[in-house]
Structures are given as C-alpha cells and as structure tokens.
Design a protein around this ligand. Structure first.
Ligand SMILES: [Zn+2]
Length: 399
C-alpha cells in the first residue's frame, strides 16, 4: 500500500480565479527541517497556497514533495537542514509546471502528519510535515511513487514516423541534467544551464548542415535518464548524443572526451562519473526500484552486438572532428562506462564530456561562445563523417 498525502485540490478549484491572478506560482518565503519528537519536522512558508502532495521512497529512504508550483529562488538547501535525520535536501523545477523537494534521509521514516494552512487575510500558506522513525519494513510497505491521474507527469509522446531512405539523419541531443538536478556547479557556472545553451547552439549548427535535430529538453526541467532514452526511441532517432561538462573531485583533467556504454568501466574515474549521474536521479526523487530488470538487460545485450561497433565508430569520428576544430581533446579521450543514459540499445549513443567545470581553463572555454562554436562545428564534422561511413557499411550489410 502506498501512502500519499495530497492536498489543496478543493481549495485550488474553488479559488481557481484567484490562483490564476497570482500566476498559480508560489514564492518560497522561509522553511527548514528540524528535529522533532520521535523524528523531524519540515516546515515551508509560501507566498500563496498551491496544490501539493507528499510521499516517501526507499533505497535510499527519501521524502518527496511535489508542488504546482513553487519558485525556490532564495532557498538555501544547506542552511535549511537542522536535523541529523536528513542527509541532503534538494529542490527545484521538476517538469513543466511542477516543482519538487527531495530530502534524502539517514534512516527509515514515515510521514506522520502533513497539512497546509492558508491565512485568509494574507493568502500566505504554511506547510508542515512531521516524520517519525520507522523500521525498514514499515517504510517499504508505505512507500512508492504514487499513481494519480491528477498528478501524473505528462508522458513524452513524440512517436515519429520511421525515416525514409533519403530523409535527413535524425539526431537527438540530450542536454545533461536540468531542473531539480543542476549537475556540476563550479565558479558560478552550472552544468545544466550551460549544456542547454550549447545544445541549442549545436542544434542550429546541425540543422544548417541538413540534419533533423531534436532536444530531450529545451527548458530548465528535470528528465530521468530513462526518460531521455525513451525520448530518443519515440523520436526514432538515428543517433543519440548526451552533452555534459562535469566536475571531478580529485586531480586535474581537461579537454573533451567521448564515453560509450559498457558494463565494465574503462577506469575508476569513468565508473564514478556514471555512478554520479545515476545518483542524480535518486536525489531528484525517482523511484528506481525494479527499473533495471534482468530481461531488459538481456535484450539490451543482444541488440548491442550490432550497435556497439557503430557507437565506437561514431565516438572516433566525433573525437576526430573535435580535435580538428578546437585543437585538443582529453589525454585519454575515448572511455567506457555504464551510463544509464546510453542504454538505448538500438540507437548509436555517445556521451560527450565537453570539458570539466572543475578545471579553470575548460570553464573559461565553455563560457566562450567562440570556443563553443568551434566545438559545435567539430561535432557536426564528426557526425557527418560518421554518417557517410555508416551508410556505406549499411549498404554492404544489405548485400
Ligand atoms: Zn553531467
């Protein structure tokens, strides 16, 4: 049984006109999580009432709150935690018209009480959620991502017709991270924002070269790794390119690198990077239990037999194009790791780390529109060279 606490629909409907006047978006005013009797209490003051719901997830234990919709400007997630019960707190835009707050808990807990009070005079809303300690079994029994048609996220329905022989190559560009998951942040630069900027620039460059291009996101919204793969499938993409500029915790690294999917990571750094991206989905409050079942894995392995050489060739052409255009790449530019986002088995898929936000030189390059234009041209040349080779090989395979 899953236990979901939702509220405010009645009031929202009764005051729809008022809510509309206010733009339907509440501003974060104040809030935090503090220790309380037998557990912890989360309080949030908002500029107005909005529909909300709360639920818990396990593996790891998390409290998730969804809102329609809260502007989190001014909220400092680190300063808001005053309880040892909470490991991390994260909030931000989730999907169009949605906001989310996720608290990763240090131990299993249950939602004890939850409610929102709206002050008649000021219109301000106060949300309070109390959590109490529980056993792992109890938390598991009452946790799960709720299914509720009033709340369910819009499904991506891009189902495109299949491509004719002479139609342009269909490329799905995937700006990494977004919304509640900002990705790497260094020196005032945010990976999610930077990758969206670059993806839009690259889209224009590729379209001018005659390719058909789609983005997995064209906004600051969160998309799960699985959702990104599904978008590529639905668009019947010919190739999938995920764009990132991560930070590394230790050592110095610079220059672009291209990653391919492999269950066995080529090195510890690649494994850590792939793991961190999967962890971002957990911090964004996704229920990942059972998402990676064995049958799907076997099917993926079969499909990958043909796909992997094509992805490898794509990765090599991309690195050639990038090195030509910007003059350098990472010292070990071709890497392998178990990135969930590369699991579109029948679509050649690569992940490009354009550079490292943790390295000053790369950070400067990434913020420079001229450098980015060179990078985009390099990627375009790499894809174009790959497409010619791949088409020739496809003709050979058919003979
Ligand atoms: Zn990233």
């Amino acid at each position: 049984m899953s236990r979901i606490l939702a509220g405010f629909f009645g009031l929202f409907l009764a005051h729809a006109a008022v809510a509309q006047d206010l733009g339907g978006r509440a501003m974060f005013v104040a809030g935090g999580i503090a220790d309380a009797r037998n557990g912890a209490e989360l309080t949030l003051d908002l500029s107005q009432g909005v529909p909300w719901r709360a639920f818990t997830l396990t593996d790891p234990p998390r409290l998730v709150l969804d809102f329609r919709e809260v502007d989190w400007t001014g909220a400092d997630s680190k300063a808001m935690v005053h309880s040892d019960a909470v490991k991390t707190l994260r909030m931000g835009p989730f999907s169009a018209g949605w906001s989310r707050l996720v608290a990763v808990l240090n131990a299993p807990m249950l939602i004890d009480r939850a409610g929102m009070r709206v002050d008649d005079a000021s219109g301000r809303a106060a949300l309070a959620i109390t959590l109490r300690g529980a056993t792992v079994e109890d938390m598991r029994a009452s946790s799960g991502a709720p299914r509720d048609p009033r709340w369910d996220l819009p499904q991506v329905t891009l189902k495109a017709p299949s491509r004719g022989a002479d139609a342009p190559l269909r490329i799905v560009l995937d700006p990494g991270h977004g919304g509640i998951d900002p990705g790497a942040e260094r020196g005032g630069v945010q990976e999610a924002e930077l990758m969206l900027t670059f993806a839009r620039e690259l889209r224009d460059v590729l379209r001018r070269a005659g390719f058909a291009v789609m983005l997995t996101r064209d906004d600051d919204v969160f998309i799960s790794l699985e959702g990104r793969v599904a978008a590529a499938h639905d668009a019947r993409a010919d190739l999938f390119v995920s764009l990132h500029a991560d930070a590394i915790e230790e050592g110095i690294a610079h220059g672009a690198s291209v990653y391919m999917l492999d269950e066995n990571a080529s090195d510890a750094a690649s494994a850590a990077l792939a793991e961190r991206h999967d962890r971002d989905d957990i911090l964004a409050g996704l229920d990942l239990s059972g998402s990676d079942d064995r049958i799907a894995d076997v099917l993926l392995d079969i499909a990958r037999l043909d796909n992997s050489p094509r992805s490898l060739s794509l990765a090599r052409h991309l690195l050639g194009g990038i090195e030509n255009a910007v003059g350098e790449v990472h010292k070990r530019p071709l890497r392998r790791a178990g990135f969930s986002v590369l699991k579109a088995a029948d679509i050649p898929s690569v992940l490009i780390e354009l550079g490292f936000l943790s390295t000053a030189r790369d950070r400067t390059n990434l913020q420079d529109p001229y450098w980015r234009a060179g990078m985009a041209a390099g990627i375009r040349d790499g894809i174009a060279a790959w497409a010619i080779e791949d088409a020739a090989l496809a003709r050979l395979r058919r003979q």
